[in-house]
Design a protein around this ligand. Sequence first.
Ligand SMILES: NC(=O)C1=CN([C@@H]2O[C@H](COP(=O)(O)OP(=O)(O)OC[C@H]3O[C@@H](n4cnc5c(N)ncnc54)[C@H](O)[C@@H]3O)[C@@H](O)[C@H]2O)C=CC1
Ligand SMILES: O=C(O)C(=O)CO
Length: 335
Amino acid sequence: MKLVVHPAVDADRLEALRSAAPEAEWINAVSSSEAQAAMPGVDGFLGKITPAMLARADRLRWVQSFTASLEHYLFPALAAHPCVLTNTRGLFGDVIADQVMGYVLCFARNLHTYVERRIERRYEPEGGESARVDFASGPGVVNAMDRATIYLPRATMGVIGMGGIGCEVARRALAFGMTVRGVDRFPDRVSPPSGVDRVDGLNGLEDLLTWSDFAVIAAPHTPETEGLFDAKILAALRPSTYLINVGRGAIVVLDALVAALRAGSLAGAALDVYEVEPLPPGHPLWSFPNVILTPHTAGYSPVVAERHRALLVDNVRRFVRNEPLLNVVDKALWF
Ligand SMILES: NC(=O)C1=CN([C@@H]2O[C@H](COP(=O)(O)OP(=O)(O)OC[C@H]3O[C@@H](n4cnc5c(N)ncnc54)[C@H](O)[C@@H]3O)[C@@H](O)[C@H]2O)C=CC1
Ligand SMILES: O=C(O)C(=O)CO
């Protein structure tokens, strides 16, 4: 059994992988030419395979991607190849869902606005001076306190892509008392947490968007999702709805989003991923006070590296024992 890792991993990680298949010949290839030269006779490949490497592989049965997303990874010959492809989806669910709830709480409680006002030393409630409550003036003041906030147990959340991330988002939204629905490419294959109202197929997308107070995109970038959120789909959102994207940037057409924000046809947006990364400093999105922008950091956490390593070790162990691999990719989705 011959296994190639490329790009090369550090000595600790290599040792962990090796311990899962000590009898295998391991090649930790630093350069792509080294990886290419090692391909004849390779059974399994971990990392970033290229068309030139694949062309030299004569008995490859398994390729493990180091990432969850595959839009910069899959190429036609790999999709057509009989090898099993696995990825690292599922490592980020709880971490990214925490970040999504961070955005939701900002919008529901205006926290992002008050962070900006602190910088300006402005003691002013959202809703303007008329929303200021004089707490010394006795009963009745509470009537002014319903302004410009969202009470989450009365709010709805629609999740687009009910996989590892989408289901964890749903779980948290339910814990905050929200009503949650989803759409997915494969509604019959997903395992939503109990309490989710329903999960529809893709033909339910526009209805879901019209229903949602918060619409959360947690889908992958595939030919089907690229540019999916164009002007037509964004028009399904209500002026009171917030759009959140933690899936992939290519799913939301930013020019269309900017136009919709200018027209006030949605309440605001929180984005972690963009059509172009990094988002250029001159991009109009930076100027909207009702937009939260994070630099593709929703998945950052000390636990992710540990989980990444554990998943790879587990899959190596499964591969050498001929057991079913974790995170098998449906290559047909991409071509
Ligand atoms: N913001 C970030 O830092 C990160 C973003 N991601 C992105 O999030 C995506 C989802 O990750 P996971 O939940 O772990 O993957 P997953 O594979 O568990 O879930 C993806 C779900 O989306 C569904 N789906 C596929 N095509 C769809 C479509 N056209 N419309 C609606 N749903 C569709 C799938 O059926 C699946 O249920 C990844 O593909 C990656 O692009 C992943 C990790 C970090
Ligand atoms: O693995 C991925 O797809 C990521 O976005 C990591 O942040």
